[in-house]
Design a binder for this molecule. Structure first.
Ligand code: ZN
Length: 310
Protein backbone atom coordinates (compact mmCIF):
# COMPACT_ATOMS: atom_id res chain seq x y z
CA UNK A 1 0.00 0.00 0.00
CA UNK A 2 1.05 3.58 -0.69
CA UNK A 3 1.64 5.77 2.38
CA UNK A 4 3.06 8.93 0.85
CA UNK A 5 0.01 10.62 -0.68
CA UNK A 6 -1.09 13.68 1.28
CA UNK A 7 -4.40 14.64 -0.35
CA UNK A 8 -4.95 16.61 -3.52
CA UNK A 9 -2.28 18.71 -5.21
CA UNK A 10 -4.24 20.42 -7.99
CA UNK A 11 -7.22 19.94 -10.29
CA UNK A 12 -6.88 20.87 -13.96
CA UNK A 13 -9.84 21.70 -16.19
CA UNK A 14 -10.56 23.17 -19.59
CA UNK A 15 -12.14 26.54 -20.28
CA UNK A 16 -13.38 28.32 -23.40
CA UNK A 17 -12.31 31.87 -22.55
CA UNK A 18 -9.17 32.87 -20.66
CA UNK A 19 -10.39 36.33 -19.60
CA UNK A 20 -13.70 35.07 -18.31
CA UNK A 21 -11.95 32.23 -16.50
CA UNK A 22 -9.42 34.58 -14.92
CA UNK A 23 -12.10 37.03 -13.76
CA UNK A 24 -14.24 34.28 -12.28
CA UNK A 25 -11.46 32.75 -10.20
CA UNK A 26 -9.64 35.88 -9.10
CA UNK A 27 -12.57 38.23 -8.64
CA UNK A 28 -15.73 36.21 -8.01
CA UNK A 29 -14.07 33.45 -5.97
CA UNK A 30 -11.20 35.61 -4.72
CA UNK A 31 -8.41 33.11 -5.33
CA UNK A 32 -4.94 34.30 -6.21
CA UNK A 33 -3.58 33.73 -9.69
CA UNK A 34 -0.29 32.14 -8.69
CA UNK A 35 1.03 31.40 -12.16
CA UNK A 36 0.45 32.58 -15.68
CA UNK A 37 2.17 30.19 -18.03
CA UNK A 38 1.35 28.10 -21.10
CA UNK A 39 0.31 24.51 -21.65
CA UNK A 40 3.73 22.84 -21.80
CA UNK A 41 2.43 20.52 -24.54
CA UNK A 42 0.70 23.28 -26.54
CA UNK A 43 2.29 26.70 -25.86
CA UNK A 44 -0.39 28.59 -27.80
CA UNK A 45 -2.75 27.97 -24.90
CA UNK A 46 -2.44 29.44 -21.41
CA UNK A 47 -2.05 27.36 -18.30
CA UNK A 48 -3.51 29.45 -15.48
CA UNK A 49 -3.15 28.48 -11.82
CA UNK A 50 -5.33 29.83 -9.00
CA UNK A 51 -4.87 29.11 -5.29
CA UNK A 52 -3.85 30.55 -1.94
CA UNK A 53 -1.01 33.03 -1.51
CA UNK A 54 1.76 30.58 -2.39
CA UNK A 55 -0.22 28.08 -4.45
CA UNK A 56 0.00 25.53 -1.66
CA UNK A 57 -0.76 21.99 -2.82
CA UNK A 58 -4.39 21.22 -2.04
CA UNK A 59 -5.55 24.72 -3.02
CA UNK A 60 -4.65 24.94 -6.71
CA UNK A 61 -7.28 24.97 -9.45
CA UNK A 62 -5.70 25.16 -12.89
CA UNK A 63 -7.10 25.73 -16.37
CA UNK A 64 -6.24 25.29 -20.01
CA UNK A 65 -8.39 27.90 -21.73
CA UNK A 66 -8.77 26.75 -25.36
CA UNK A 67 -10.42 29.72 -27.08
CA UNK A 68 -13.95 28.88 -28.17
CA UNK A 69 -13.69 25.13 -27.45
CA UNK A 70 -17.05 23.34 -27.29
CA UNK A 71 -18.52 22.64 -23.90
CA UNK A 72 -17.95 19.10 -22.61
CA UNK A 73 -20.79 16.66 -22.14
CA UNK A 74 -21.28 15.42 -18.59
CA UNK A 75 -21.07 11.71 -18.06
CA UNK A 76 -19.31 8.95 -16.20
CA UNK A 77 -15.54 8.54 -16.13
CA UNK A 78 -14.83 12.06 -14.97
CA UNK A 79 -14.43 14.38 -12.00
CA UNK A 80 -17.91 15.86 -11.78
CA UNK A 81 -17.50 18.26 -8.91
CA UNK A 82 -14.70 20.27 -7.35
CA UNK A 83 -15.28 20.99 -3.67
CA UNK A 84 -13.81 23.97 -1.80
CA UNK A 85 -13.72 24.49 1.96
CA UNK A 86 -15.11 27.74 3.36
CA UNK A 87 -15.51 28.86 7.01
CA UNK A 88 -18.62 28.06 9.02
CA UNK A 89 -21.19 30.84 8.67
CA UNK A 90 -19.92 32.04 5.28
CA UNK A 91 -22.45 30.38 2.99
CA UNK A 92 -25.00 33.21 2.91
CA UNK A 93 -22.20 35.56 1.84
CA UNK A 94 -21.27 33.16 -0.95
CA UNK A 95 -24.82 32.58 -2.06
CA UNK A 96 -25.33 36.35 -2.40
CA UNK A 97 -21.97 36.94 -4.05
CA UNK A 98 -22.28 34.15 -6.60
CA UNK A 99 -25.81 35.21 -7.47
CA UNK A 100 -24.84 38.87 -7.85
CA UNK A 101 -21.86 37.93 -10.05
CA UNK A 102 -24.14 35.91 -12.32
CA UNK A 103 -22.98 32.38 -11.49
CA UNK A 104 -25.42 29.71 -12.73
CA UNK A 105 -27.47 27.32 -10.60
CA UNK A 106 -26.48 28.73 -7.21
CA UNK A 107 -28.27 26.61 -4.60
CA UNK A 108 -27.94 25.80 -0.91
CA UNK A 109 -27.67 22.10 -0.16
CA UNK A 110 -26.03 19.64 2.22
CA UNK A 111 -23.40 17.00 1.59
CA UNK A 112 -22.57 14.32 4.17
CA UNK A 113 -24.21 16.44 6.85
CA UNK A 114 -22.33 19.65 6.03
CA UNK A 115 -24.01 22.74 4.65
CA UNK A 116 -22.88 23.74 1.19
CA UNK A 117 -23.61 25.98 -1.78
CA UNK A 118 -23.53 24.47 -5.24
CA UNK A 119 -22.96 26.50 -8.39
CA UNK A 120 -21.60 26.24 -11.89
CA UNK A 121 -18.50 27.91 -13.26
CA UNK A 122 -18.51 29.91 -16.52
CA UNK A 123 -18.22 26.74 -18.62
CA UNK A 124 -20.86 24.82 -16.65
CA UNK A 125 -18.37 23.08 -14.38
CA UNK A 126 -19.69 21.79 -11.05
CA UNK A 127 -18.44 23.46 -7.89
CA UNK A 128 -19.43 23.20 -4.25
CA UNK A 129 -18.43 25.40 -1.33
CA UNK A 130 -18.63 23.28 1.81
CA UNK A 131 -18.62 24.60 5.37
CA UNK A 132 -15.54 23.24 7.07
CA UNK A 133 -15.42 22.87 10.82
CA UNK A 134 -11.69 22.90 11.59
CA UNK A 135 -9.77 24.13 8.58
CA UNK A 136 -6.61 25.83 9.80
CA UNK A 137 -5.42 26.72 6.30
CA UNK A 138 -4.76 30.41 5.73
CA UNK A 139 -6.90 31.98 3.02
CA UNK A 140 -5.75 34.43 0.34
CA UNK A 141 -7.46 37.75 1.03
CA UNK A 142 -5.63 39.88 -1.54
CA UNK A 143 -8.67 39.93 -3.80
CA UNK A 144 -10.72 41.77 -1.18
CA UNK A 145 -12.76 38.89 0.25
CA UNK A 146 -12.62 38.91 4.08
CA UNK A 147 -10.70 36.21 5.89
CA UNK A 148 -13.88 35.25 7.78
CA UNK A 149 -15.47 33.95 4.56
CA UNK A 150 -12.59 33.32 2.11
CA UNK A 151 -11.97 29.95 0.45
CA UNK A 152 -9.38 27.81 2.32
CA UNK A 153 -8.56 25.47 -0.53
CA UNK A 154 -10.08 22.26 -1.82
CA UNK A 155 -11.91 20.01 0.54
CA UNK A 156 -12.11 17.32 -2.12
CA UNK A 157 -13.67 16.19 -5.36
CA UNK A 158 -16.45 13.93 -6.61
CA UNK A 159 -16.12 11.42 -9.45
CA UNK A 160 -19.00 10.15 -11.56
CA UNK A 161 -18.39 6.50 -12.38
CA UNK A 162 -20.08 3.67 -14.21
CA UNK A 163 -19.10 1.42 -11.35
CA UNK A 164 -17.07 2.33 -8.29
CA UNK A 165 -15.44 -0.90 -7.07
CA UNK A 166 -12.14 -0.68 -8.96
CA UNK A 167 -11.66 3.02 -8.18
CA UNK A 168 -12.55 2.38 -4.53
CA UNK A 169 -9.89 -0.31 -4.41
CA UNK A 170 -7.33 2.02 -5.98
CA UNK A 171 -8.14 4.81 -3.50
CA UNK A 172 -7.71 2.32 -0.65
CA UNK A 173 -4.37 1.33 -2.13
CA UNK A 174 -3.42 5.03 -2.25
CA UNK A 175 -4.11 5.40 1.49
CA UNK A 176 -7.73 6.63 1.49
CA UNK A 177 -10.19 5.14 3.96
CA UNK A 178 -13.86 4.49 3.22
CA UNK A 179 -15.76 7.01 5.36
CA UNK A 180 -19.51 7.28 4.72
CA UNK A 181 -22.17 6.53 2.16
CA UNK A 182 -25.04 8.84 1.23
CA UNK A 183 -27.38 7.46 -1.43
CA UNK A 184 -25.25 6.36 -4.40
CA UNK A 185 -22.21 8.36 -3.22
CA UNK A 186 -19.42 6.92 -1.05
CA UNK A 187 -16.86 9.19 0.57
CA UNK A 188 -13.20 8.26 0.99
CA UNK A 189 -10.94 10.29 3.28
CA UNK A 190 -7.17 10.62 3.59
CA UNK A 191 -6.04 10.55 7.23
CA UNK A 192 -3.30 13.09 7.91
CA UNK A 193 -3.71 14.80 4.55
CA UNK A 194 -3.17 18.42 3.58
CA UNK A 195 -6.81 19.50 4.02
CA UNK A 196 -7.93 18.54 0.50
CA UNK A 197 -8.64 15.09 1.81
CA UNK A 198 -11.87 13.60 0.48
CA UNK A 199 -12.90 11.83 -2.71
CA UNK A 200 -16.57 11.03 -3.28
CA UNK A 201 -17.46 8.26 -5.71
CA UNK A 202 -20.90 8.48 -7.30
CA UNK A 203 -22.18 5.33 -9.00
CA UNK A 204 -24.24 6.00 -12.13
CA UNK A 205 -24.43 2.68 -13.98
CA UNK A 206 -26.88 3.93 -16.64
CA UNK A 207 -25.14 7.17 -17.59
CA UNK A 208 -23.11 7.40 -20.82
CA UNK A 209 -19.43 8.31 -20.75
CA UNK A 210 -18.46 11.98 -20.58
CA UNK A 211 -17.07 13.80 -23.60
CA UNK A 212 -14.35 16.26 -22.66
CA UNK A 213 -14.59 19.91 -23.55
CA UNK A 214 -14.87 23.31 -21.87
CA UNK A 215 -15.85 22.87 -18.24
CA UNK A 216 -14.51 19.30 -18.03
CA UNK A 217 -11.85 18.36 -15.54
CA UNK A 218 -8.85 17.14 -17.54
CA UNK A 219 -7.10 15.42 -14.62
CA UNK A 220 -6.83 15.42 -10.86
CA UNK A 221 -3.46 15.49 -9.12
CA UNK A 222 -2.52 14.02 -5.75
CA UNK A 223 0.31 15.40 -3.64
CA UNK A 224 3.55 13.74 -2.58
CA UNK A 225 6.26 15.54 -0.66
CA UNK A 226 9.19 15.15 -3.03
CA UNK A 227 10.70 13.36 -6.02
CA UNK A 228 12.01 10.48 -3.95
CA UNK A 229 8.52 9.67 -2.64
CA UNK A 230 7.13 10.11 -6.15
CA UNK A 231 9.52 7.48 -7.52
CA UNK A 232 8.49 5.08 -4.77
CA UNK A 233 4.80 5.67 -5.57
CA UNK A 234 5.49 5.21 -9.29
CA UNK A 235 7.23 1.89 -8.67
CA UNK A 236 4.44 0.55 -6.47
CA UNK A 237 1.79 1.57 -9.04
CA UNK A 238 3.77 -0.05 -11.87
CA UNK A 239 4.29 -3.22 -9.80
CA UNK A 240 0.50 -3.32 -9.33
CA UNK A 241 -0.04 -3.16 -13.08
CA UNK A 242 -0.79 0.52 -13.73
CA UNK A 243 0.72 2.08 -16.83
CA UNK A 244 2.42 5.16 -15.42
CA UNK A 245 4.20 7.83 -17.48
CA UNK A 246 7.84 8.68 -16.84
CA UNK A 247 8.46 11.60 -14.49
CA UNK A 248 7.75 14.88 -16.31
CA UNK A 249 9.18 18.26 -15.28
CA UNK A 250 6.33 20.80 -14.98
CA UNK A 251 8.71 23.51 -13.67
CA UNK A 252 6.67 24.05 -10.46
CA UNK A 253 6.31 20.34 -9.62
CA UNK A 254 7.23 16.96 -11.06
CA UNK A 255 4.40 14.91 -12.50
CA UNK A 256 3.51 11.32 -13.33
CA UNK A 257 0.16 10.33 -14.84
CA UNK A 258 -1.91 7.19 -15.10
CA UNK A 259 -5.44 6.36 -16.28
CA UNK A 260 -7.62 4.81 -13.58
CA UNK A 261 -10.07 1.94 -14.08
CA UNK A 262 -13.08 4.28 -13.85
CA UNK A 263 -11.71 6.50 -16.64
CA UNK A 264 -10.42 9.45 -14.58
CA UNK A 265 -6.86 10.59 -15.33
CA UNK A 266 -4.76 10.72 -12.16
CA UNK A 267 -1.54 12.62 -11.65
CA UNK A 268 0.87 12.36 -8.75
CA UNK A 269 2.65 15.70 -8.29
CA UNK A 270 5.45 16.76 -5.96
CA UNK A 271 5.11 19.59 -3.44
CA UNK A 272 8.56 20.76 -4.56
CA UNK A 273 9.83 23.08 -5.98
CA UNK A 274 6.65 25.25 -5.84
CA UNK A 275 5.39 28.33 -7.64
CA UNK A 276 8.02 30.69 -6.20
CA UNK A 277 10.86 28.97 -8.00
CA UNK A 278 10.92 31.59 -10.76
CA UNK A 279 9.25 34.67 -9.26
CA UNK A 280 8.84 36.37 -5.89
CA UNK A 281 5.90 35.28 -3.75
CA UNK A 282 4.81 38.93 -3.68
CA UNK A 283 4.42 38.95 -7.48
CA UNK A 284 3.25 35.45 -8.32
CA UNK A 285 1.19 35.11 -11.47
CA UNK A 286 1.67 38.62 -12.77
CA UNK A 287 3.89 38.08 -15.81
CA UNK A 288 3.89 35.31 -18.39
CA UNK A 289 6.36 32.60 -17.38
CA UNK A 290 7.57 30.16 -20.00
CA UNK A 291 9.48 26.91 -19.68
CA UNK A 292 13.05 27.36 -20.93
CA UNK A 293 12.41 25.58 -24.22
CA UNK A 294 9.76 28.14 -25.26
CA UNK A 295 11.64 31.23 -24.08
CA UNK A 296 13.14 31.84 -27.57
CA UNK A 297 9.56 32.11 -28.94
CA UNK A 298 8.25 34.44 -26.21
CA UNK A 299 7.26 37.27 -28.55
CA UNK A 300 5.15 35.17 -30.87
CA UNK A 301 3.64 33.14 -28.02
CA UNK A 302 2.72 36.28 -26.11
CA UNK A 303 1.24 37.89 -29.23
CA UNK A 304 -1.09 34.91 -29.69
CA UNK A 305 -2.48 34.92 -26.13
CA UNK A 306 -5.46 37.01 -25.01
CA UNK A 307 -4.25 39.64 -22.51
CA UNK A 308 -5.73 39.08 -19.05
CA UNK A 309 -6.94 41.60 -16.49
CA UNK A 310 -4.40 41.95 -13.67
ZN1 ZN B 1 -1.61 18.44 -13.51
Amino acid sequence: MIKDIKGLHHITSMASDARQNNTFFTETLGLRRVKKTVNFDDPNVYHLYYGDEAGTPGTVMTYFPFPGVMRGRSGVGEVSETQFAVPKGSLSFWQDRLTSKGADNVAADTVFGANCVRFNGPDGEGFVLIEAVDDARKAWTGAGIADSVAIRGFSGAKFRLHETAATAELLGFMGYQRAETEGNVTRFAMPGGNGADTIDLEALPQMPYARQGAGSVHHIAFAVENREKQLEVRKVLMDTGYQVTPVIDRDYFWAIYFRTPGGVLFEIATNEPGFDRDEDTAHLGEVLKLPARYEPYRDQIEAGLTPLAA
